[in-house]
Design a protein around this ligand. Structure first.
Ligand SMILES: [Zn+2]
Length: 370
């Protein structure tokens, strides 16, 4: 177990930068303001809010976010060049992420440069940012494929020049949690004075696992899916981030609408159907005590528990589902209905709707049951 309190772990939400960088996603200024306000209200302590170098429209949104006077720190994404950092400062921003490609592959094949060149870029950009009193996260793009000794060298430069943290980016989402743990632990040990942030991607479905592995290895800043990281830290690791979780469903639906990417019904933590129970054994267990089959209370994130009648239902679930509809059924009656329930579920390839249940109930045999 890790021993950390909410003062230790900082969630840096990057919906407004990396989220919007997703192909085809665009937020309006109004939407950005609403998202930032909601995240701030629930206690997210840092918001990565855009890329000022992208142009006037982006800068206009960032200025508007700065103007909100939120408690959360606003941080922008910048290439390690002075023009980008200046553009951030023009927006009234006081914290910057300065990004450098750090794997030999990207340094050579993308930039056509050398490690020495990257170090010089860092020194110039970081020197400029610190001269202007900015809070600086030094971002290592493609850290996962970089030589760890080169990362240590960059972290030492960052530390010596007053940088505030190093962002370890699994840009391609190709790491596993064990490798993440080992690497972050190694970097922590080598440069203990510099905070580490883990920036993970979900290409192999391991973003949250990698983020949590990074935290367990000593990273203090984290930015994978907010709801998964916060709930994962709380329920799998016993760590409270101080983020208020009851509005997670509301916020994720707002972001889904703004990005035109509906939240899948089975999305961990906030999916509408993750607390739907159908299986007879599970429904019976949940009805006796929800803790039997629920790792956390759905109300914690703003969801409802739902009992679904379908192919795998048993008598307890059926009795309860009818009770919710105002019809009382004996267990014997429920038992005698199960075959029909299964037939309907099989035919419709889904759960039974209220109308199906009513029709079944009225179909004659159960007319006098209530
Ligand atoms: Zn990213």
């Amino acid at each position: 177990m890790i021993d950390r309190t909410c003062n230790d772990i900082v969630i840096d939400d990057t919906t407004l930068r990396d989220g919007e960088q997703t192909a085809g996603v665009v937020f309006s200024k109004k939407e950005k303001i609403a998202i930032a306000r909601m995240l701030d209200a629930i206690g997210v302590r840092e918001l990565e809010c855009g890329i000022p170098a992208m142009g006037e429209e982006e800068r206009d949104s960032i200025r508007a976010l700065v103007g909100l006077g939120l408690s959360a720190r606003l941080i922008t994404w910048n290439r390690a060049v002075i023009a980008d950092i200046s553009a951030s400062m023009e927006c009234g921003i006081s914290a910057v992420d300065i990004s450098l490609s750090v794997s030999d592959l990207m340094i050579e094949k993308k930039l056509g440069k050398s490690r020495e060149w990257v170090k010089e870029q860092l020194k110039t950009a970081l020197g400029f940012a610190k001269e202007h009193g900015l809070y600086v996260s030094v971002g290592g793009e493609d850290s996962s494929r970089a030589d760890i000794y080169f990362l240590i060298e960059l972290m030492e430069i960052a530390r010596d020049m007053g940088g505030d943290r190093f962002r370890f980016c699994d840009t391609l989402g190709i790491m596993d949690p064990f490798a993440m743990y080992d690497k972050v632990r190694g970097l922590r040990r080598a440069v203990p004075e510099l905070d580490i942030e883990v920036h993970t991607h979900n290409d192999l479905g391991m973003a949250t696992a990698n983020a949590i592995a990074g935290v367990r290895a000593g990273a203090r800043f984290v930015n994978a899916a907010l709801e998964e990281v916060v709930m994962g830290l709380r329920h799998a690791c016993g760590v409270d981030t101080g983020v208020e979780t009851h509005r997670f469903v509301e916020i994720s639906r707002f972001v889904a609408k703004a990005s035109r990417r509906p939240v899948p019904h089975w999305k961990p933590v906030v999916g509408e159907k993750i607390f739907s129970t159908e299986s007879g054994l599970h429904a019976d267990g949940v009805l006796k005590d929800p803790k039997n089959y629920e790792g956390f209370d759905p109300a914690e994130v703003g969801l409802d528990r739902k009992l679904v009648v379908g192919k795998h239902s048993g008598t307890s679930g059926l009795v309860e589902r009818y009770r919710e509809m105002g019809i009382s059924l004996s267990r014997g009656e429920a038992l005698s209905m199960l075959d029909k329930v299964r037939m309907i579920a099989q035919r419709t390839k889904g759960p039974l709707k209220d109308a199906d249940l009513l029709q079944l109930y009225r179909s004659g045999r159960f007319q006098n049951a209530a």
